[in-house]
Design a protein around this ligand. Structure first.
Ligand SMILES: NC(=O)c1ccc[n+]([C@@H]2O[C@H](COP(=O)([O-])OP(=O)(O)OC[C@H]3O[C@@H](n4cnc5c(N)ncnc54)[C@H](O)[C@@H]3O)[C@@H](O)[C@H]2O)c1
Ligand SMILES: [Zn+2]
Length: 678
């Protein structure tokens, strides 16, 4: 049965973590102390349960807790070698674990164990960090909280910070918590409820004080020309700049992006002090580990043209890289880990919004959220005083901390398609859906573009929601709709790498029965549709400069000549030749173009379900339900082809193994000699 202290701890953590005003995503940690019978001795032992490394308070479960013997943890004080070697204490936590210990203890474990209170919360609230980063933070702390909250000067998290806070609690029996300079807050209580109330009191008191005492324009006066653009223009400009911004964020290694035009970002960029504040960078360690020490800010007004903005962004990127390299060189020692890349994680465009980047969509989105936290912090600090984040050298000590590096090294290897952004047309059903699923399984993020928006959204939700896939509406035969769908993909994921021309439909008719309208429909959706998609996508891929893949789902019928198929097969042959033409034309940009020739994919196929199957079955004189098996028996391998088999071929073509292949068609038909390519 769950220990009651643990149950209280989980419920308090979830409640604190549910409200973003209390702490940033996955930021902060909480703990409880209590007793339990030691199964090895039958005696009561005092334990410390503390949120382990990683994970989010809002969704914390018992499995996310580290469990330590309190006596052993506190005995570490006797072997503590001093602040110079405090990192060694992290390994010593392993010798204090109770049972298997649960989750890995985080760096903040010492603070939780050493502070003499049954319940402790360490949080990163924007309001608290605003006080923590004000140049006169110590005075403000006294002014706002009286003697109830004590100022603790900035110190990198670790054993010494735990000792400092424990000492403060001992010397200030009236205190309910402290403001950690440059960083956040810690509060405590004898009961779980008291700890939570104390945390909330500090957060809310700080917020109220800021609201009541802030000067009216914390970011300075409005900057003429920097006000936000109307939404349509904002999104159009954002999409037009996305390929360039992705290339800037991905010069060292490819990144996924997230776009936000939150009011707080637009307001920040519309006021005079934003260049100075942005340059000072973020302060809370959690923030700058994801946002990098500072963002790249376009120094042009909202109405600057796309061309001018692109040219300036390239110049600013060069300067940013040089600046970051200089920061690394200024602070790196012989023991420092190698530089991790000098591209920005946050790019700010006045009037338009913020692009944030990361190794996957969630990381990119959270980096953006953290910069929003940082904007709130700067607003609060500047409203009351002057924003004064921690020193650059301290930021470096966190960013290139051996413990941080060890955490990164422990991360699982990325999946083969990690950081790649795919657009699959007609992916709400059948083969396209299977392709979207396979690409997502391999680590890509996917835009599912289909005529049927409701089904596209359903398919995206099945894949795992907006951090993995989004559903968007497109009629591939309509050029404006195609451009709109590509722009939506750019804003959803910050770029584009893989395009799969899969949308299609099939009318099985003889020459004499095929109307001009039938012909146009088949050709508009497949030959013209994939031309339009390839064209719009290629302009993005070329601007991005990261290469890319275009895949055509053509058909066995592009080479095989059978009856009752004139419009469909002719347009499939057109698509097949587009593969060769575009492979030849786009190769200089490292864009590979390949095709797949499926055949007889009955299961899951909307084409077969909506008449084509019945028609084919009638042609062959069999029942429709037996069509898959009938096709299987016609093949050399005598196997039925499933949507998944086509999807696997797409992965093979866009994955790492066929990197030197372009202009190829892969049959996925279980072997049809009449459709052999030669
Ligand atoms: N099923 C097979 O045996 C087979 C064989 C060879 C080739 N193909 C090709 O595979 C592709 C997918 O076929 P499927 O069997 O999965 O069919 P499907 O009907 O299950 O899926 C096709 C999807 O394309 C969408 N679509 C149709 N017109 C569109 C348009 N104008 N714009 C955007 N989306 C549109 C549909 O809404 C549907 O979701 C097609 O190009 C088809 O020609 C299929
Ligand atoms: Zn912290």
């Amino acid at each position: 049965m769950t220990n009651p202290s643990v149950a209280e701890l989980i419920s308090r953590s979830n409640s604190l973590g549910a409200d973003p005003k209390n702490t940033n995503y996955a930021g902060g940690n909480t703990s409880a102390k209590g007793t339990e019978k030691d199964p090895a001795t039958g005696e009561e032992v005092e334990l410390l349960w503390v949120k382990g490394s990683g994970g989010d308070l809002g969704t914390l479960k018992e499995t996310g807790l580290a469990t330590l013997r309190l006596d052993r943890m506190r005995a570490l004080v006797n072997v503590y070698p001093g602040v110079e070697r405090e990192d060694e204490m992290v390994a010593a936590f392993d010798y204090c674990l109770h049972g298997k210990g649960g989750a890995a203890p985080s760096i903040d474990t010492a603070m939780h164990g050493l502070v003499d209170a049954a319940h402790v919360d360490h949080l990163h609230p924007d309001s608290g960090i605003a006080i923590a980063t004000a140049v006169d933070g110590p005075e403000l702390t006294t002014k706002i909280f009286g003697e109830k909250v004590v100022w603790v000067p900035w110190r990198r998290p670790g054993f010494q910070l735990g000792l400092d806070i424990a000492e403060i609690k001992k010397r200030n029996p009236q205190a309910i918590g402290c403001i950690l300079g440059g960083h956040g807050i810690t509060a405590w209580g004898d009961t779980s409820e008291e700890s939570q109330q104390n945390s909330l009191w500090i957060i809310d008191t700080a917020a109220t004080y800021i609201a009541e005492h802030s000067r009216s324009e914390p970011f300075g006066p409005a900057l003429p020309g920097y006000a936000e653009l109307p939404e349509t223009e904002r999104h159009a400009k954002a999409a037009a700049l996305t390929p360039t911004i992705r290339s800037i964020a991905s010069a060292d290694k490819p990144q996924i992006g997230h776009f936000s035009d939150d009011d707080a970002v637009l307001e920040f960029l519309a006021h005079a002090e934003h260049p100075r504040l942005a340059e000072m960078g973020t302060s809370c360690p959690d923030h700058f580990l994801r946002t990098k020490v500072k963002p790249l800010v376009l120094d042009l007004p909202a109405d600057a043209s796309v061309e001018e903005s692109i040219a300036r962004l390239h110049q600013l990127h060069e300067a940013y890289r040089a600046d970051y390299q200089a920061y690394y060189d200024r602070h790196a020692t012989a023991e420092s880990p190698a530089i991790r890349g000098a591209d920005p994680a946050i790019v700010l465009i006045p009037g338009v919004g913020m692009f944030s980047f990361g190794k996957d969509k969630q990381t990119a989105r959270v980096a953006g959220e953290f910069y929003l936290n940082a904007i709130n912090v700067m607003r609060g600090a500047e409203g009351l005083s002057t924003y004064a984040p921690i020193d650059e050298s301290e930021k470096f000590r966190i960013e290139y901390w051996a413990l941080e590096e060890a955490k990164l090294q422990r991360m699982p290897a990325p999946k083969p398609l990690a950081t790649r952004i795919a657009l699959v047309t007609g992916a709400a059903s059948g083969i396209g859906k299977a392709i979207a699923e396979r690409l997502a399984e391999e680590g890509a993020v996917v835009a599912i573009a289909d005529l049927n928006l409701a089904k596209a959204r359903e398919a995206a939700a099945e894949i795992g929601g907006p951090d993995k896939a989004v559903g968007i509406a497109v009629d591939v035969s309509d050029e404006d709709a195609v451009i709109k769908a590509i722009n939506e993909t750019l804003l959803a994921f910050g770029g584009l790498d893989i395009v799969v021309n899969n949308a299609g439909l099939s009318l099985s008719k003889s020459l004499l029965d095929t109307t001009a309208k039938d012909w146009d429909l088949q050709h508009n959706v497949m030959a013209k549709g994939s031309f339009l998609v390839s064209k719009a996508a290629a302009s993005v891929l070329i601007a991005q400069g990261l290469g890319g893949d275009v895949i055509y789902i053509s058909s066995k019928n592009s080479v095989f000549a059978g009856p009752n198929n004139i419009a469909y097969s002719a347009t499939k042959a057109d698509q097949a030749h587009q593969v060769r033409l575009l492979a030849a034309e786009l190769g200089e940009h490292q864009i590979r173009v390949n095709g797949i020739n499926p055949d007889g994919v009955v299961q899951g196929s909307g084409i077969f379900a909506s008449g084509w199957g019945a028609n084919r079955a009638a042609t062959y004189g069999i029942e429709e339900k037996d069509l898959g098996e009938f096709y299987a028996q016609r093949t050399i391998l005598k196997r039925e082809v499933l949507p998944r088999n086509v999807a696997n071929a797409v992965f093979a073509l866009v994955g790492p193994e066929l990197s030197h292949t372009t202009g190829l068609h892969v049959p996925v038909d279980a072997g049809v000699a009449a459709a052999f390519l030669r």
